[in-house]
Design a protein around this ligand. Structure first.
Ligand code: GLN
Length: 535
């Protein structure tokens, strides 16, 4: 293709319509035709990144290989496209302003008044075009967070208007809206869509394609009506009906010819067709398997399932690989006590203890881990989950009564999880954790080696605290195996317990790397161990 094409995805009517999934589905269709595609998310909030946000605000914070703390939509992009994203794929208003203000302080604007237009919009456009540099990608799909009409997203819509003008035929805008269904009259209503397109037009942007989220099929009359009122052709009105799984959406979009319309509008001539046989095979098992396995996810944010998005998706991928559906039992760690643990976990075949920060819910996690260890229930601890497994072992096997992480109890006499010297002087919380991909060497003849079947792996991190190496010997003498070590700093990355069918804790986050085409081996083996657990 001669030049990179830019596709913008905006949202109207309400938030949470699934712009991320529509963007990822279109990207999948284009990728499966042989094009190189990337997706970017622009978030209109003022936080520099979501790293300092509580998961109750926006759900999980996703982490890239290069250590960016990002919006959870980047997880969808990776799970669909099976290629890693990077710092450049998530931009927030905070980042934009930080860059512009830094430049102003350096004197780069040579005395000019610094304004939203052109300085902020120029910085937005620069961040969009970075991904198109050197023609690394045929298509850059940019999802604009929020809803058209929000004060916060106005500079982004203005940047789109300018880019449409600059890029002409190499640029296209898709607007995602909702068609509400009125059950009293049995009708789908198009008025909110008309209004939101009008709002876009007020900002000088004419959408090229309108994707309509709907609970019911849309007929020809509705397509014609939307086309007429919104200045698009009828073929550019695309139905996005609710799907049982997000992984079906690329196929629904293929049926609606979203990719064909996009290619036609961008003047891209190709004989290729989407090649989705692996994807269809995956979906086929997902929808048809009758086998089920019950796994507990123990965490403190379980009221908002988006807080553990990548873990839940990794279970879907690993479940399909094992020809099973994983029934996740969301268990609030604050609810677990010594008295009810048997009742809560008695019928569960595998226990995952989730990542997290702070003291809340810690004791419940430790009780769940003690239960898993003693009853030989397959266990996977992720990040804080691994740290809790270390604390549990220290308290209940080594009899260090007040063993803890210094994060939870700075005065503990047994800080089995502690800060590294290099972290002690850090006062700023934003972007200062151990972030992104680091190498980990795996010892042979361990569970980890059986799982990975490799000596050197790279996994993504997001934590401040580490296993305290002063305790390594005593743990090893009592049955713990440190099967994964960071070779540069000699840090414990993986711990497991001998004489247990499957007990493994990892300091990193395997869930970030699981995709439809590459389910994560830790999840595959954990789900398998749960299936094989007849206890
Ligand atoms: N709070 C722990 C730390 O900072 C674990 C973090 C996590 O689970 N992601 O080390």
């Amino acid at each position: 293709m001669s030049s990179t094409k830019y596709i913008f995805v905006t949202g109207g009517v309400t938030s949470s319509l699934g712009k991320g999934i529509i963007s990822a589905s279109l990207a999948k269709l284009l990728q499966s035709r042989g094009f190189k595609v990337t997706i970017q998310k622009l978030d209109p909030y003022i936080n520099v990144d979501p790293g300092t946000l509580n998961p109750y605000e926006h759900g999980e914070c996703f982490v890239t290989d290069d250590g960016a703390e990002t919006d959870l939509d980047l997880g969808h992009y990776e799970r669909f496209l099976n290629i890693p994203t990077s710092q450049a794929n998530n931009v927030t208003t905070g980042k934009i302003y930080q860059t512009v203000i830094d430049k102003e302080r350096r004197g780069d604007y040579l005395g000019k008044t610094v304004q939203v237009i052109p300085h902020i919009t120029d910085e937005i456009k620069r961040r969009i075009k970075i991904l198109g540099q050197n023609h690394q990608f045929d298509f850059v799909i940019t999802e604009i967070g929020g809803t058209v009409g929000d004060i916060e997203s106005t500079p982004y819509i203005e940047a789109v208007r300018q880019l449409k003008w600059e890029l002409g035929n190499n640029c296209l805008v898709i607007h995602l809206t909702l068609l509400p269904y009125l059950s009293s009259t049995g009708e789908l209503k198009t008025k909110p869509t008309q209004h939101s397109v009008k709002m876009l037009l007020e900002h000088g942007v004419q959408p090229d394609i309108i994707v309509c989220r709907t609970e019911h099929k849309i007929n020809d009359d509705i397509r014609k009506k939307i086309a007429l009122f919104c200045n698009v052709s009828k073929e550019s009105v695309i139905e996005a009906i609710d799907a049982k799984s997000i992984y079906e959406v690329p196929l629904l979009m293929e049926k609606e010819k979203l990719d064909e319309v996009v290619l036609k509008k961008l003047n891209v001539h190709t004989n290729s067709k989407p090649e989705l046989s692996n994807w269809k095979a995956f979906l086929n098992i997902l929808y048809s398997t009758k086998n089920q396995v019950d796994i507990a996810l123990v965490g403190k944010y379980v009221e908002l399932k988006d807080s553990y998005k990548s873990i839940a998706e990794a279970f879907i991928h690993a479940g399909v690989k094992n020809n099973h559906k994983v029934n996740i039992h969301w268990i609030h760690s604050e609810m677990i006590t010594k008295d009810n643990v048997q009742k809560l976990l008695g019928n569960i075949k595998g226990i995952l203890v989730a990542p997290g920060f702070g003291n809340r819910g810690i004791e419940g996690k430790i009780i769940a881990i003690e239960y898993a260890r003693k009853n030989k229930v397959p266990f996977l601890g992720i990040c804080l989950g691994m740290q809790c497994a270390v604390i549990e072992f220290a308290r209940n096997v080594l009899n260090y009564e007040d063993a803890n992480s210094r994060e939870m109890n700075p005065a503990t006499t047994h800080p089995v999880i502690d800060l590294l010297e290099s972290q002690k002087s850090i006062n700023y919380l934003g972007g200062t954790m151990r972030l992104g991909a680091y190498p980990c060497e795996i010892k042979e003849n361990t569970l980890a080696y059986k799982i990975y079947n490799q000596k050197l792996i790279y996994e993504r991190h997001r934590h401040r605290y580490e296993f305290n190496n002063e305790y390594r010997d005593v743990f090893e003498k009592n049955g713990v195996v440190f099967s994964g070590i960071n070779p540069e700093k000699d840090l414990v990355e993986i711990m497991e317990i001998k004489y247990h069918p499957f007990f493994i804790g990892v300091q990193f986050h395997p869930e970030y790397k699981s995709t439809v085409e590459n389910p994560h081996p830790l999840f595959i083996h954990f789900v398998k161990a749960a299936i094989d657990n007849n206890g």
